[in-house]
Design a protein around this ligand. Structure first.
Ligand code: F6P
Length: 755
């Protein structure tokens, strides 16, 4: 209110000043005009009287003079006139005036003295009177003067009228100004501020939702503030939801998820229902090894994480049959029970022709979407023919899935990863009752980066067919929601983290994937066993070394393998006491070698190893041993257990399960993990030595630190990391995701308005 009063008072002061200023000038001009008018009239009359008065005065004909004077009394504004002698005393005058005319009349004295007409004002009977005196002369001799008296009281009345009008006008204006100011301030400032404050209060107390009331707050003045506050509120909601999620996870963490626990939980949640999992990569691949057929588990986090879950839940895993001996190992419908040593679930293989694999897998998925989602400065390539195959193969997968779920009521479908982004919508269009989750194993970029893809809208629409979209971390969820916000007409709920489009809601939540903690810890090694293991490994790779490091990757440019080797080179330069003592073993699985960029990378990795080896190599010692091959889990675990350090230096990675697998195998609570800050795992494994893989110096120092760290500190760190992975294992991940999906209500998965 104070500001309104201050504003009104200031406005009124200015208006009053302007009004006084202009009225003052108007009054002055009016006064001059009216006085001039009086003077002109007086001059005319005085001139005409002079002719009659002078002869009478010369001849001292006073009776005649008196008669003349009497005739001119009280005519309209003329009150009368007088003839005066040279001293200004009255000779003849209108009788009513005579007693009121001062003698000598000062104007008459001046007129005689100056020999010119003189005028002025007198007050006669309380009224303002205009006096005009004209000197009279005969034969060049002044003989007296003539004075006319006019009533001038009307001039003051007129001038007062002007002032009265000014005041009246000012008062009316003041009233309008006050009312308008009051309304404007209320409408545009105080009102919106009050509503805005109320909105913020409701947000704070959780009564309203972030996206809702901003539009209800009007007022252009507040527009920038509202937009900033809306952003702030959004961040607040994100932080609040994250805190709630963390609290929820903490509570859950108090109960440990195990394979058996998940099994019981699934029985309770699913009953007789089966789980349908669908991914591009199959969990078991049959390949030819000479004349025999071998079954291998392909490299990559997806298989590592999901195979233990499917072993427990049973159900059907649908995937591309990409092994050269896959057809031989499956039945006519492409099905077989896996794993071979303990059949627990069904693998259904989808067959693709060469062109489909080329366009859908190598082309659109791995030359387009893969570099699009990973910020590693490898340019994505989008070709129309690849996109056509991508759609076609997604339809093919959809067909295979729909066939499998045809007899199931409200089936639970878990779709995996970026190769199958269109599948959720394709499935939901045919089976709206299906509960569909899409889990995205790789990062989700910001809207600008994502917008590069020419089919960005189609992909989002395909994904939003899902009831739940899972990412590893909240940051990727936020990026995804920002992307939807940017490219699609939809309603985003930043508290629930959901997208509503055409009546269908998709929850977007983080489900940090993990590994099983159980198998590895069941085979704990004793200290002498571990020493023997290391000896064996060193013998196998033909190296003498005191310290061993390990890296396990698909050979992919996102993994920062070359950067890691440069850091090892720098470490040996900086800390030469480790030359001849530290050897790093890289277990690199060839991957996507059909793509040029991957072939170039493989060559670059080999060249880097050769160059560094040549630089430092000594008899019986090598700095880097690059074992380029597909390595089974058992083999990899041996290296994990025998090593002092494990290096994960991804330039960008959704989660990275190598980091977690290393931790799981270290039941001796020894070994240090060097972990890239650009992995999802770095959010959980805070006791790793976190590095920026682009910073070679930092990585070199991290290797030194990890090898020279006090054993007690290394043990403490490993203990804490193990407890994180033990609690946040893959059974918890599956339990959370499947529970969230199973518990969706029919109204949550409604899609009747889907366009
Ligand atoms: O990390 C993304 C991902 O697709 C995983 O899902 C999988 O483990 C890995 O890449 C392997 O990729 P590909 O199936 O192309 O060999």
């Amino acid at each position: 209110m104070k500001i309104t009063i201050r504003l009104i008072v200031s406005l009124l002061l200015v208006v009053a000043l302007v009004a006084v200023f202009f009225s003052f000038y108007q009054v002055r001009a009016e006064k001059i005009r009216l006085t001039g008018e009086l003077e002109r009239r007086a001059i005319v009359l005085a001139e005409s009287l002079r002719e009659s008065v002078i002869p009478l005065l010369q001849s001292n004909a006073f009776p005649k003079l008196n008669r003349l004077v009497q005739r001119f009394g009280n005519r309209e504004r003329l009150k009368g006139f007088a003839v005066l002698d040279r001293q200004g005393n009255i000779i003849a005058s209108t009788p009513e005036l005579k007693p009121h005319i001062p003698q000598p009349l000062p104007q008459a004295v001046s007129a005689i003295a100056e020999n010119r007409p003189i005028d002025g004002f007198l007050t006669i009977e309380g009224r303002k009177t205009y006096v005009f005196t004209l000197p009279l002369s005969a034969e060049d001799t002044l003989i007296g003067s003539l004075a006319l008296f006019n009533d001038a009281s009307y001039i003051d009345i007129r001038l007062e009228g002007i002032w009265t009008n000014t005041i009246l006008r000012f008062l009316i204006m003041a009233l309008f100004i006050a009312v308008i100011t009051l309304l404007t301030v209320k409408w545009s400032i105080t009102g919106p501020i009050a509503r805005f404050a109320e909105w913020m209060r409701e947000l704070r107390t959780g009564k309203s939702k972030v996206g809702q009331p901003v539009s209800a707050v009007r007022g252009d003045v507040l527009a920038p503030l509202i937009s900033e506050a809306a952003q702030l509120a959004k961040s607040l909601a994100v932080a609040r939801a994250r805190a709630e999620e963390e609290a929820r996870l903490r509570l859950q963490a108090e109960s440990l998820w195990t394979a058996n626990g998940l099994k019981e939980h699934m029985n309770a949640e699913l009953g007789a229902r089966k789980l349908f999992l669908i991914s591009n990569r199959e969990p078991y691949m049959h390949i030819k090894d000479g004349r025999t057929v071998k079954c291998i588990a392909p490299a990559g986090g997806l298989v590592t994480a999901l195979d233990p879950v499917m072993r427990i839940c049973d159900g059907v895993w649908i995937a591309h049959g990409s092994g050269e001996a896959d057809r031989e190992a499956a039945d006519a419908g492409g099905k077989l029970r896996v794993p071979p040593e303990d059949p627990s679930y069904t693998l259904k293989r989808v067959w693709l022709i060469k062109e489909e694999e080329e366009g859908y897998y190598y082309g659109f998925s791995n030359e387009g979407l893969w570099p699009l989602c990973h910020i590693t400065h490898t340019r994505p390539v989008f070709r129309l023919e690849d996109w056509v195959y991508y759609q076609k193969v997604n339809e093919k997968f959809a067909g295979a899935l729909l066939e499998e779920i045809s007899g199931e009521e409200s089936p639970l479908v878990l779709i995996q990863d970026y190769q199958l982004a269109l599948l959720p919508l394709l499935v939901k269009e045919k089976r709206p009752d299906a509960k569909v989750a899409l889990f995205w194993h790789i990062p989700w970029p910001n809207p600008e980066a994502y917008g590069i893809c020419p089919w960005h809208q189609e992909i989002l629409l395909g994904m939003l067919g899902a009831d739940i979209i899972g990412f590893h971390i909240q940051f990727h969820c936020n990026n995804f929601l920002d992307t939807v916000d940017r490219f699609l007409e939809s309603k985003i709920d930043w508290e629930q983290f959901s997208v509503n489009r055409g009546g269908h809601t998709t929850l977007v939540k983080p489900f940090p994937i993990s590994v099983s903690f159980e198998d590895a810890s069941a085979h704990a090694l004793t200290r002498p066993e571990r020493a023997a293991l290391r000896e064996n490994i060193l013998r196998e790779i033909d190296v003498h070394a005191d310290y061993l490091g390990v890296g396990v990757d698909r050979i992919d440019y996102t993994k920062g393998i070359v950067e890691r080797f440069r850091a090892i080179e720098r470490f040996l330069e900086k800390y030469p006491e480790f030359v001849g003592k530290f050897t790093f073993v890289e277990l690199g699985a060839p991957s996507r070698t059909h793509i040029k960029r991957y072939r170039e990378l493989a060559a670059e990795v080999e060249e880097t190893v050769d160059r560094i080896s040549w630089k430092f190599q000594d008899k019986g010692w090598r700095p880097i041993v690059f074992l380029k091959a597909h390595h089974g889990h058992e083999e990899i675990n041996r290296f994990y257990r025998a090593s002092d350090i494990c290096m994960v230096t991804s330039l960008h990675d959704g989660m990275n399960l190598v980091a977690k697998e290393f931790v799981v195998t270290r039941d001796d609570e020894d070994g240090a993990l060097i972990l890239s800050q650009f992995t999802g795992a770095s959010r959980e494994l805070r006791d790793a030595i976190i590095i920026n893989p682009y910073d070679v110096e930092e990585m070199a120092d991290a290797i030194y630190l990890s090898l020279t760290m006090e054993p007690s500190e290394r043990a403490e760190r490993m203990k804490r990391m193990r407890s994180v992975v033990r609690e946040h294992n893959v059974y918890r991940w599956a339990g959370n995701l499947i529970t969230a999906l199973a518990r969706l209500r029919p109204s949550d998965i409604a899609n009747e308005k889907r366009g």
